[in-house]
Design a binder for this molecule. Structure first.
Ligand code: ATP
Length: 294
């Protein structure tokens, strides 16, 4: 049975052209250029009962010739809490989410989910447990309705519309002559970056998984929409273990812990108010972004 990584349920025939699970997962995560080296364990560990995540001394590079992208990285995300990962472009933030999604194998250190090595779970199980809002959303060549429903085939029309409302995309959909039945092309040409992103967030709400990875979830949104979406995300994060990757230092008081990543290492960590008070790297980044003269 094929299943997409954003979807919890088997896919309808229309999506079966996608090929293997891994392929569709990678397409959804827009990592089409790299070959997955991940192997499923011979016998998968039973599903976790708790959803706490720990990186313990993880050093990682994409290939042997490359210097490590992550260096001796350690942090824990207790179940139901939110860690925000910030830092300059290329620091390794998205690499953390790719490792968590088991797109790449780690060889040094441990990544633990419910105190079990991540690589003792199958990739399919991991994908069922995680909702992802990635930087670029894969859309399928079908209706907007089906593009939302792919996240959860048990969702009824009411739930789908509610998710679209919560992500501020319902009115736009209704303004189209065919509404939810509007067909969107493979590349989603009809939709702007911000609209695609809101579809992705609506999918995450519909999927209702215990772990949430948000990789620049508001990157393509204007600041008013960003505020509203952040409000929705805050609600969605309640009770879920969340990894929020962002370069936008907005509303980060919602994070129980912020990691400031630089060159694959944690340069600073703490709650927002503490990082602001200590006037270090986070504070500098915040001031630069908010254009305050220091
Ligand atoms: P941004 O904020 O720009 O998204 P980031 O902090 O998320 O950056 P990553 O995407 O994790 O950074 O990338 C970290 C480093 O790993 C970069 O130097 C990047 O070029 C490199 N990298 C990413 N993917 C691959 C890959 N598939 N093969 C080799 N190197 C890669």
């Amino acid at each position: 049975v094929l299943s997409s990584f954003e979807a919890a349920q088997p896919l309808p025939a229309a999506f079966q052209q996608l090929g293997s699970t891994t392929q569709s997962a990678r397409r959804l995560f827009e990592i089409v250029d790299t070959k997955s080296e991940v192997q499923n364990p011979r016998q998968s560990a039973p599903l976790p009962q708790h959803y706490d995540v720990e990186f313990r001394g993880v050093t990682f590079s994409y290939n042997a010739e490359q210097p490590p992208i992550l260096r001796d990285l350690s942090f824990t995300v207790p179940e139901g809490s939110c860690v925000a990962i910030v830092g300059p472009s290329g620091a390794g933030k998205s690499t953390i989410s790719r490792l968590l999604l088991r797109f790449w194998e780690y060889h040094q250190g441990s990544i633990l989910l419910d105190n079990q090595e991540l690589n003792s779970y199958s990739q399919e199980d991991i994908h069922r447990l995680i909702s992802v809002v990635a930087q670029d959303t894969h859309l399928f060549n079908t209706s907007i309705y089906e593009n939302l429903r792919i996240a959860n085939h048990d969702a009824d029309r009411e739930a789908i519309i509610e998710a679209a409302r919560q992500t501020q995309i319902h009115d736009f959909i209704m303004s189209l002559p065919q509404g939810y039945e509007t067909q969107i092309g493979e590349q989603g040409l009809l939709l702007s970056g911000g609209e695609r992103q809101r579809i992705a967030i609506a999918r995450a709400l519909l999927k209702d998984a215990p772990l949430l990875i948000l990789d620049e979830p508001t990157a393509n949104l204007d600041s008013l929409t960003e505020r509203e979406i952040l409000h929705t995300l805050r609600t969605a994060m309640e009770g879920r273990t969340t990894i929020l990757i962002t370069h936008r230092l907005v509303d980060l008081d919602m994070a129980n812990q912020i990691l400031v990543l630089r060159d694959g290492k944690i340069a600073e960590r703490g709650r927002e108010r503490d990082l602001m008070q200590s006037e270090g790297l986070y504070w500098q980044m915040w001031n630069l972004q908010h254009k305050v003269l220091v």
